[in-house]
Design a protein. Sequence first.
Length: 273
Amino acid sequence: MRRIDTSKFGPWAVVTGASSGIGEEFARQLAASGLHLVLVARRLSALEALGGELAKAFGIHYRAVGLDLTTDDFLKKMEEATHDLDIGLVVSNAGAMTAGDFLTTDHRAFGQHLAQRRRGGLLLVASTTGLQGMPFAAEYAAEKAYVLSLGEALHVEFQKVGVNVTVLLPGSVDTPMIIASGFDPATLPMKPMSTQQCVAEGLAALSANRATHIPGRLNRIMAAVMPRSLATRMYGSMMAKVIARRSASASTQADRVNEQHASGNETRLTRIP
Ligand SMILES: NC(=O)c1ccc[n+]([C@@H]2O[C@H](COP(=O)([O-])OP(=O)(O)OC[C@H]3O[C@@H](n4cnc5c(N)ncnc54)[C@H](OP(=O)(O)O)[C@@H]3O)[C@@H](O)[C@H]2O)c1
């Protein structure tokens, strides 16, 4: 676990996408440092369970905010949920491969507060997919590229007010998103990294105020040496396999449904007197 400076990044941190995966691990490592947490995601019960567990383990306070970040008024709801708290750190992590990135505008809501208090941090979770195009997940990769560009610029803008801004660019990480996106972990070019390592490296990079950080040495080497065109083709072939597997499984399911319908019809027919 990575401990961070609570006098700079505390007393409260917001973590979006805290109900699962990387965001949940951010919540764990920040709670272990003694930060109070605003936990944001749609599944309120998962946030309450996590908050309760962390409050008991580390004596922190938490606020669980069940919120869909794709809704138009999410910023207003976030402000309502946090206006009475001294937020020192925002971890903008929520995302889904099918829907892309959400809180890409939360810097507007929290940036002013962080700048006024002249200390704190903003950690934006992008992805190595944002370093080049990604065929068949083009919007996801483009949104991650947006987050990268946004964070690099904010890193410079916020330097003069003492606020650290870091963009974290994970490669594959062992979370439910891998399976939900249709990847077979066994066929990925590299074994997915643990959430613990990903988050510990992210918090170290934030503490050191690095503009960007790719967790995992091998991921860093790949990003440094692989030409973008080759990386685009590699991602394209990975996604093509995902799509092929999805359509194979969809047609198998369709066959099963057809068989069930056929046998159901037979059953009904035999019951008619
Ligand atoms: N896993 C990887 O390999 C990988 C690699 C690079 C980058 N990333 C990035 O890391 C971040 C976290 O992903 P993860 O791997 O930890 O995935 P995950 O385990 O699926 O977690 C995604 C989180 O985002 C929340 N979320 C999704 N849709 C939401 C919505 N509409 N409103 C509010 N919250 C929402 C989910 O909570 P609810 O479902 O409860 O709303 C969940 O807490 C994402 O930005 C992802 O793009 C992941």
